[in-house]
Design a protein around this ligand. Structure first.
Ligand code: GAL
Length: 654
């Protein structure tokens, strides 16, 4: 269940055998290679036009790793087109929003829409698939590396424009009138007479049309999935091995559910760097300090649950932070124990494999400050010791299958795009809103399944919808028919799928389940706090308030000081009209869970629980010890009653 990322091309061949032996000794069973190795697989274009592949080194590397008992995950090398290829086809390079060509010299310097790049990608993938498709050591394939890393989903190139126009013609069934109406192009004389007149939504004098941008975001997301599918289809012709792609944390520029389904992948994987994410994401300064050496306790868990959903139950951690990283503004050393903790946490959420990035720290190039499982002097680093510890523990503990959670959290990529297009309140951040709701539920010891909008909600007792800006008919139907207690957040139903205001006002057709109508929304700057009170409910709203009228049959559970309703209830659906603090969201989740018969647990300190089958894992991502809420007389499978900083305890549910 453990693995590692390895770059044989970085090290003398004489070291490979010893590396492989020590990987196996550490208890690792998979090794990912190849994803940046294009310049070594095909060092130059042959003068005759016949591709000059150099397979020898890769054949030998795979043999050596396989002979040590490791299963190879082979990456297609398309994240890093080599210099000669870029020089031959300069149109491969992507163009940024300011219209500048993004250059060679790092990675991800390609455009998903470039016909030359699609053809060249197909060629290299075909060549690799032909060579290794039936190699007995190559057990899995990874497509490319981290789609979207370094802001590379959206390119403003001539190639993107050409394919965007085709995409629009399909979406609007060849009718430019339909497009003009959907985008509201009569506004500011933006009307087009044909699809060949449509431009990309960048470099405009002021804000470009919001519907124009939304369609461009959708197109860019589809384009990445289409590119992935092209590679998957080639692999399918040559191998029976499972194919994945390694996603990232907090990445919203493409719809990961679409990528998995349209891209045709077998399982999801993701790259988990909790300390870097804690620095780089908009956490509060106090949180950045409190979790400097552990990472925020819910970051990895949120993504495990997200990617378990994306992979339809199957996910790996393809890259696990093994020590300090190099890419955040400050890069701390994880508290001793955290690498073990992150591994157990991933397994408790259902990861099939946890693979560390990387085997050996590189003493050259961009990532010199990034730790590996082994150091530059070839000795085991702290992360390597902790990986070996988990490998030993895993021998004693068989992990049962993952069961459905009682709580579903609806995550919607379109809602991120729509709120980013016109935030209205600059601090309204969909990603953090969804994350804070997740955190509030996790602090109550609840297990969560993340689901896309429209997913079947059967079996869930509580459904959380932080916001759903433009619900589709399928999403509305799923919510209306679930019968579960449902908590819905602000701004829901505020747009149509074309990015217009519903003629009946927000929440549009969702009003049938929420029983309210939003007359206007108050988008408030930081520093403005609106208290909320009613019955036993008490809390605060910042940033966003939907000033709402309530339909007959809808109860007002709490209000703002100026009388506007803050918390509404209609049947089993509770609506929060503002962006509420974690305390208020937590109170509502606690009450709704209890009413729905879902047990909540008051947890000590920063503890979190996660159940896998009948095993309860209790995880302490903090610098303070805490007490595990295990029943009296429990005999522990891992750890004990006192969970030390960076500690993990586990027991069987009686
Ligand atoms: C990931 C990437 C790896 C490596 C790593 C460093 O984003 O896939 O190649 O750069 O970050 O943390």
């Amino acid at each position: 269940m453990l693995g590692v990322c390895y770059y044989p091309e970085h090290w003398p061949e004489a070291e490979w055998k010893d590396n492989a032996r020590r990987m196996a000794e550490m208890g690792l069973s998979t090794v990912r290679i190849g994803e940046f190795a294009w310049s070594r697989i095909e060092p130059k274009d042959s003068a005759t036009g016949i591709p000059a592949y150099e397979w020898g080194w890769l054949d030998r590397a795979i043999d050596v790793l396989g002979a040590a008992g490791l299963k190879v995950v082979l990456g297609t090398p398309t994240a890093t087109p080599p210099k000669w290829l870029v020089d031959k086809y300069p149109g491969i390079l992507p163009v940024d929003k300011e219209g500048r060509v993004r250059g060679f010299g790092s990675r991800r310097h390609y455009d998903f829409s470039s016909p030359d790049y699609r053809r060249e990608s197909a060629r290299i993938v075909t060549a690799m698939a032909e060579r290794y498709g039936s190699n007995p050591h190559v057990a899995y394939w990874q497509i490319d590396n981290e789609f979207g890393c370094h802001d590379t989903i959206r390119s403003y190139s001539p190639a993107a424009l050409a394919r965007f126009r085709q995409w629009l013609a399909r979406r609007y069934e060849g009718s430019i009138e339909k497009l003009n109406a959907a985008w509201g192009n009569v506004f500011w004389s933006m009307e087009f007479n044909g699809f060949d007149e449509v431009s990309l939504p960048n470099l405009t004098v002021t804000e470009s049309g919001p519907s124009h941008r939304l369609d461009y975001f959708r197109f860019a997301s589809d384009e990445a999935a289409d590119y992935c599918r092209m590679q998957v289809e080639i692999l399918r012709r040559h191998t029976k091995a499972d194919v994945t792609h390694n996603y990232m944390g907090f990445t919203w520029t493409f719809d990961h559910f679409d990528m998995h389904n349209e891209g045709g992948l077998d399982f999801a994987s993701w790259d988990s760097y909790p300390l870097g994410f804690t620095r780089e994401q908009p956490f509060e300064p106090e949180e950045k300090t409190a979790y400097a050496f552990t990472g925020h306790p819910d970051i990895a868990a949120f993504h495990h649950d997200l990617y378990r959903a994306v992979g339809r139950g199957r996910f790996w951690v393809m890259e696990q932070q093994p020590g300090p990283v190099n890419w955040a503004d400050h890069n701390t050393v994880p508290l001793p124990g955290m690498v073990r903790l992150w591994t157990w946490q991933a397994l408790s959420h259902g990861a099939e494999v946890v693979s560390y990035f990387r085997w050996k720290q590189a003493y050259f190039a961009q990532e010199q400050y990034h730790a590996g499982l082994t150091r530059v002097d070839n000795e085991r680093d702290v992360g390597g010791e902790e990986a070996a510890t988990v490998a030993g523990e895993l021998k004693q503990l068989a992990l049962p299958p993952v069961q459905q959670a009682p709580v579903a959290l609806v995550i919607d990529y379109s809602s991120q795009w729509m709120t980013a297009i016109q935030p209205q309140s600059a601090t309204f951040n969909y990603s953090m809103l969804a994350f804070r709701w997740y955190e509030a539920a996790r602090k109550l010891g609840l297990d969560i399944d993340i689901v896309p909008p429209g997913a079947d909600l059967a079996g869930y007792k509580l459904v959380l919808v932080p916001t759903l800006i433009a619900p589709t008919a399928a999403a509305l139907k799923a919510l209306a028919s679930s019968g579960a207690a449902t908590l819905i957040g602000p701004r829901s139903g505020s747009k149509t799928i074309d990015y217009q205001i519903p003629r009946t006002l927000a929440p549009g057709e969702m009003a049938a389940i929420t029983g309210h109508k939003v007359l206007r929304s108050d988008a408030m700057p930081p520093g403005i706090v609106k208290p909320v009170k009613g019955g036993n409910l008490k809390g605060e709203v910042t940033c966003w308030r939907d000033l709402s009228e309530v339909a007959a049959g809808t109860e007002v559970l709490a209000s703002f000081e100026d009388g506007w309703p803050a918390v509404l209830k209609r049947g089993k659906v509770v609506t929060l009209t503002g962006k509420a603090d974690g305390g208020l969201v937590g109170t509502l989740i606690r009450q709704m869970a209890q009413e729905a018969g879902v047990a909540v647990t008051e947890l000590d300190g920063d503890l979190r629980l996660r159940r896998r089958g009948d095993i309860v894992f209790c995880i302490n991502s903090s610098e303070k010890p805490a007490r595990a809420p295990a029943p009296e007389g429990t005999s522990f499978l891992l750890g004990g009653r006192e969970v030390p900083p960076a500690g993990v305890s586990a027991w069987r549910q009686p």
